[in-house]
Design a protein around this ligand. Structure first.
Ligand code: PMT
Length: 400
């Protein structure tokens, strides 16, 4: 099944009878995991109403370049930056001519000049117009700008002619769009990531915790989502905003983290344990704030569940990736954890200079090998880590 998980598709609709197929097209794009926003030319509105497209996509339809309200909500440059793919369907002969000339005389042509997203057009017109040398020249000019052309198909036309010029069917357009991203190794995979610290309550105002900021986990989540994965991030208390396109589940304690993970592990292709989970918790959290009358205070601690070991021990388990922050014997301790916890891959990093830092240096440890990831910003390191994970993933059907 074609997937567009987490992809942002800007659907440009121009004036042509095939515009009615955009209702089905937007439905299929959304079903494949894409977020869809629609831009309609004036002529398109003669064939399908903005209200229909708004109801189907759940987003306000963008119509005019010079609309102050719309610009305030999401300006045309913002819209151009937002998209991963601009698909113009149907693309009329007039639109192709204006785009080929580099015109910016309406919202759609303007944002197409501004965007760095992939652009694809699905031409739809009378067979004579399609075969006209002017249309051929316009298409050549657009393809020279790396625009993709999907179709058209041949067959009976609305005007009674027979020949090339029919817009491809919505299902065929979906296949073509998904094909543009199919090379992305994490496309359509579900990644479940834990991040941040856990807090283990001593009493209503005190807790045991650690210095994890969540930066490493959030960088991995953001980069995985940008690479087309569906990402669930089970996060301990951190001060970071949820990355775009990521489903964040907030937890506090190790036991809550375990429950949130086990609830979602069923369809995960990859589990990455980045969280610095507290190994112990107070045996009993006091109900009332504890008084400091005594010179000494003793806390009885009990072991927390080892979440990653539990995931690695599941009969139907995802690809399991751990982290280890060590202050000494990084590689030996990392490999020991990889083997003891039954992991597929582990990133060992130096605890000093990693907790709450924007940068990380890590060593990937796996059966039969090791690989250095030199110190860099966590986002850049995350991309390398995800590439290593992707190349080790068993080839399986994507989960969405
Ligand atoms: O959040 P940042 O400030 O960006 O810092 C990132 C980090 C230093 C927290 C991160 O890079 C890191 O190293 N995380 C793992 C911390 C650690 O040392 O964990 P551990 O050795 O206690 O556990 C090893 C593995 O088991 C980890 O994948 C951990 O998530 C998992 N684990 C541990 C204990 C437990 N009860 N359950 C677990 O799942």
């Amino acid at each position: 099944m074609p997937t567009l998980t987490n992809k942002r598709v800007l659907l440009g609709i121009t004036g042509g009878i095939a515009a009615y197929k955009c209702a089905e097209l937007s439905r299929l794009l959304i079903k494949a995991g894409a977020e869809v926003r629609v831009v309609m030319t004036r002529a398109a509105r003669e064939f399908v109403t903005p209200l229909t497209m708004q109801a189907l996509t759940g987003n306000r339809v963008h119509l005019d370049l010079l609309d102050a309200d719309a610009e305030a909500a999401m300006g045309h440059i913002e819209l151009a930056r937002w998209a991963d793919l601009v698909l113009v369907a149907p693309a009329s002969a007039d639109f192709l001519a204006r785009a080929a000339a580099g015109r910016a005389d309406d919202l759609l042509t303007t944002l197409l000049l501004a965007t760095s997203a992939s652009v694809a057009v699905a031409p739809a017109m009378n067979q004579g117009m399609w075969s006209d040398p002017a249309t051929r020249r316009n298409l050549d000019a657009l393809q020279a700008r790396a625009w993709r052309v999907f179709g058209p198909a041949e067959g009976d036309q609305a005007c009674g002619d027979v020949g090339p010029g029919r817009m491809l069917e919505p299902a065929e357009l979906l296949e073509s769009c998904a094909g543009l991203f199919a090379g992305e190794p994490l496309a359509g995979r579900h990644l479940l990531i834990t991040g941040g610290p856990t807090r283990e309550a001593i009493d209503p105002v005190r807790f045991l915790s650690n210095h994890s900021s969540g930066k490493m986990a959030y960088a991995l989540a953001a980069e995985a989502a940008a690479a087309g994965a569906r990402v669930s991030l089970v996060s301990g208390p951190v001060a970071l905003p949820a990355p775009e396109r990521v489903a964040r589940i907030d937890v506090v304690s190790a036991e809550q983290m375990r429950a949130a993970v086990l609830e979602r592990i069923g369809d995960a292709d990859v589990f990455i344990g980045v969280a610095a989970v507290a190994d112990y918790r107070p045996a009993q959290a006091a109900v009332e704030k504890m008084k400091k009358n005594e010179r000494e205070m003793r806390l009885e601690l009990v072991r927390n569940p080892d979440i990653i070991s539990e995931v690695a021990g599941l009969a139907e388990r995802p690809f399991v990736v751990g982290f280890a922050a060590e202050t000494a014997d990084l590689l030996a301790n990392g490999r020991e954890k990889l083997e003891r916890k039954g992991l597929d891959l582990l990133f060992a990093n130096d605890a000093t200079g990693t907790f709450d830092s924007d940068e990380v240096a890590a060593t990937a440890i796996f059966a039969g090998g090791e690989l250095e990831i030199p110190r860099s910003r966590k986002e850049a390191a995350a991309r390398k880590m995800l590439a290593l994970i992707a190349e080790r993933l068993p080839a399986a059907a994507a989960s969405t």
